[in-house]
Write a protein that binds this ligand. Structure first.
Ligand SMILES: [Zn+2]
Length: 234
C-alpha cells in the first residue's frame, strides 16, 4: 500500500536519520550558527538526555517505545538553538557604527519573538518593537543588529518582563542613546494550554529609558509608531 511509514508521523525515521547524520557537529557550532556569535560555553547534552528520559518516565510513558526513544537526543540538540543565547553576551551583538547627524528616532517594528517561559518551559510567541534616539556623537548600530539582539535575548529561559528590560538595558549600555523604547507583545502557551486557558490573549510589556521615559510626548509618539496605533488611542 506504500504505507510502510504509517505511524511514524511527521518526525519519522527520515527526520531521525537526518538528525543523527549531523550529530557529530559540535554544540558550539550550532550555537554560533543560530546566534551569529562564538559562544562562551555550551550545554551539557549528557545531562539533558538523562533528564528528558527521566521526564518521559516520570510522566508515565515508556522511554523505550520507538516514537520517543530518540527524543532525549533531539531535545538536547534543540536546546542548543532555543537556549543558545545563554552562552552569548547580548552586548557583543550590538556593534557601534558612527553616523554623524542622525539624531531622530530609529525604530524597527514587528521583530518576531519566540522564547521559552522559564516558569513552565513552554513557548511564548509574538513580536518586538525596538527603537532608540541616537546620541549627539551619532553612535548607531545596524538595523539588523536590533533584530539579532532580540533573537539572542529570546534564546534563554525567560520572563517577558525581564527580556524586555534586558534588550533596553543592552542598547542603553552599548549605544548610550538619548532614549530607548522596547515593546513586546506575545501569547504565552502556558496561558493557552493550561491554567486560565485564554487562547489569543496577548501580554504587552514595555521598557523605556532616557528621554522616552522622561518626556511623555516623545514616549507616546514612539509608542504609537511602534504599535501602529495613533497616540492616545487605547
Ligand atoms: Zn509560563
Amino acid at each position: 500500500m506504500g504505507r510502510e511509514r504509517d505511524g511514524a508521523g511527521a518526525h519519522g525515521p527520515e527526520t531521525e536519520s537526518l538528525e543523527e547524520a549531523g550529530s557529530s557537529e559540535p554544540a558550539a557550532d550550532r550555537v554560533r550558527l543560530v546566534t551569529g556569535m562564538p559562544p562562551a560555553g555550551t550545554s551539557d547534552h549528557d545531562k539533558i538526555r538523562r533528564g528528558v528520559r527521566l521526564l518521559i518516565e516520570g510522566m508515565g510513558d515508556d522511554p523505550d517505545r520507538p516514537g520517543v526513544r530518540a527524543t532525549p537526543e533531539r531535545v538536547a540538540r534543540m536546546f542548543d538553538e532555543v537556549y543558545g543565547g545563554l552562552h552569548v553576551d547580548p552586548r557583543d551583538v550590538v556593534d557601534v557604527v558612527f553616523e554623524e547627524g542622525h539624531d531622530e528616532l530609529v525604530l524597527v517594528r514587528d521583530i518576531p519573538v519566540a522564547s521559552m517561559c522559564e516558569h513552565h518551559m513552554v513557548p511564548f510567541i509574538g513580536r518586538a518593537h525596538v527603537g532608540y534616539i541616537p546620541n549627539t556623537r551619532g553612535q548607531v548600530t545596524g538595523l539588523s543588529k536590533l533584530a539579532r539582539l532580540v533573537d539572542v535575548v529570546s534564546r534563554r529561559p525567560n520572563l517577558q518582563e525581564r527580556m524586555t528590560a534586558t534588550i533596553a538595558d543592552t542598547l542603553e549600555e552599548v549605544l548610550e542613546p538619548r532614549g530607548v523604547i522596547v515593546i513586546i507583545e506575545a501569547e504565552h502557551l502556558c496561558m493557552t494550554m493550561r491554567g486560565v486557558r485564554k487562547p489569543g490573549s496577548v501580554t504587552v510589556t514595555s521598557a523605556v529609558r532616557g528621554r522616552m521615559r522622561d518626556d511623555p510626548r516623545t514616549r507616546s509618539e514612539a509608542m504609537a509608531l511602534a504599535t501602529g496605533r495613533s497616540p492616545g488611542a487605547r
